[in-house]
Design a protein around this ligand. Sequence first.
Ligand code: MAN
Length: 535
Amino acid sequence: MSTVFRTFLVVFSLVSGVCGTERLRGIAISKLSFYDPSRLFTCLDGSATIDFDSVNDDYCDCEDGTDEPGTPACSRGQFHCTNAGHRPQYIPSSRVNDGICDCCDTTDEYSGLVQCTNNCKDLGAVEREERRREREKQQQGYEMRLEYSQTGKEKKQDRQTMVEELKTELDKIRQEAEKLEEIKKTAEGQADAAKQEHIDKWKAEQEAIEKKKADEAFTQLDTDSDGMLVLSEFQSKTEFDSNGDGTVDAEEILEFTKNNTQVEYDSFYPDIWNEIKRVFPPPAPQETDNVPPTDTPPADIEDAQPPETPSEEPEEEKGDENKRDEIDNADESEHGDDDDDDEDDDDEDDDEEYNDNGGEEKPVESPELEGMPSFSDETQALIDAASKAAEEHGKVDQEKSEKERELRDVENELSVDLGPDEEFFPLQGHCYEYTEREYTYKLCPFDKVSQRSKHGGSETSLGSWGKWNGESNKYDGMLYDNGEKCWNGPARSASISIKCGITNELVSSSEPNRCEYAMVFHTPAACRHLEHDEL
Ligand code: MAN
C-alpha cells in the first residue's frame, strides 16, 4: 500500500470515527503513516511490535515511547500539537493531562482536569508581528550596510590613491634629504677642519708661552747658571717651604722634583714644570691685586693672545661666550670618533653640534680651551654655514619621517580585512562601550578591547585585534588576543560575536572563563539581505 494511500486511510478513519481519535493523539501528520490501525504497530526504534489497540492505551510498550505519544505513560514520549494558526510544537508526553495548558490548541489537556482556551490565533498574530518587525529591522540594517559598503569601497580607493601619492612624495623627499645630507657633511667637514686648525694654532701658541715661562723660572732657579738645578738652588727659594716651618728641606724639594736630586734644563719643562709652577715663580703682588676674582687669565697669557681677543665690554663678552660654546663642541669633536660608520649617530652628533640649539643646555666648558680667542670671520662663516646646512637637512629629514609614518599608518589601515564588501569600514577608528555591574568594557574594532573598573584605576587590556573567527561565516566573530596577562593564567583575550542591528552597539559582555571575555556587538554591517520567507 502506498504511503499516501495509508495516510489517507488513517485520516479517513480518524475523521469518520472508525478508529477512536484517542489512538492517534499527539502524532504529527508526517508520522501518521507509521500508525496504521489495520496493522500491528512497530515501535519507531524497532524495539517491539504490538497490537494497534495498544497504541495510546496509557501503557508504555516501546522503549522510545512511540506507542504512547498521546498519554503520559512513556517517559520518553513526545506529544505533537498542530497549533493551527500558530506554530506546530512537540512537548514531552509527560505533560499530557498534567493540568497545565502547554499547546495553544488545547490538545494536550483532554482529560477535563483543566479547561484550556485555544489562543493559537492570537499567539500567531503576535509572533508574526514580531517577525515582521525583525524583518523590517534586518532590511533597514541591510540598507545601512549597503551604504557602509559603498563608503568603505570609496575610502579604500582613497587610501590606495593616498599610498601611491605618499610613495611618490617620499621618493622626492628622500632624494632631497640625501642631497642636503651631502651638503651638510661637506659643510661640517669644512667647519671642523677650520676649527681644528684654529685650536691647533692656539694650543701651539699656548705651549710656546708656557715654555717661555718655564725657561724664565729655570733661569731664576739656576743661580750658578750651569744648566742644572740642584737641591740647594731650590732650597734657596722660600716658595718651596710647603709646610711653612721657615726652612726648605730636601724632602720638600724632592716632592716637586719627583725625587730627582738634580734636574737638567732638558727635563725641567717636560718632567717637573707642572709641579714647580704651582708655587714658582710667585705671582707678582700688584698684578694679583688687580686681577678680578674669576675668569680672567694671567696677564702674560692675555699678552700672548692674538689681537682679535674680545675686549671686556659686556656685549662682547656675551658674543665670546657663544663662540666658546662652539669651541667646546669643536674640542669634543676632536676627541670624538669621526670615522664612525653609523650614519644616524653621525647625524645626531652633527646636528647637535651645528644646529641652532638656543635655549638648550650649555655644553660643559673645556678648561683646556679656556681663554682661546674667537674664531676668525672665515671660520665662523664656515661654522654658520654648517649650522644652516644641518638645519635645512634636519627639516627635510623630519618631513621624511612624518611622511614615512603617514604611509605606514595608511598601509596598516589598508591591511585590515574590513569585510567582503568593505562594509565594516565605518567601525574602524571608533570605540564602543558597555557598562555592567563592575566594569566598563570598551571595544575599538580592528584595534583593541579593554576593561575598566567602575571604581577607577587604569584600563586593563583584554587584547589587540587578532582575526575574524566566526564559525559558519568568519565575519560573524572577532578575536582580540594577547591582552594583559592574567594572574597565574593566560594572556587575556576577547571573542566578539557580531550580530545584525540598526545601530553600532556593544550590547553585552561576560567572562565565561577567567580572563576570557565574550561580547556581543550589533552593527548594520552584519545585516544580510533576507529572502522573502526568511524568519
Ligand atoms: C581583574 C579583571 C577580571 C579578571 C581578574 C583575574 O580583576 O580583569 O576580569 O577575572 O582580574 O585576576
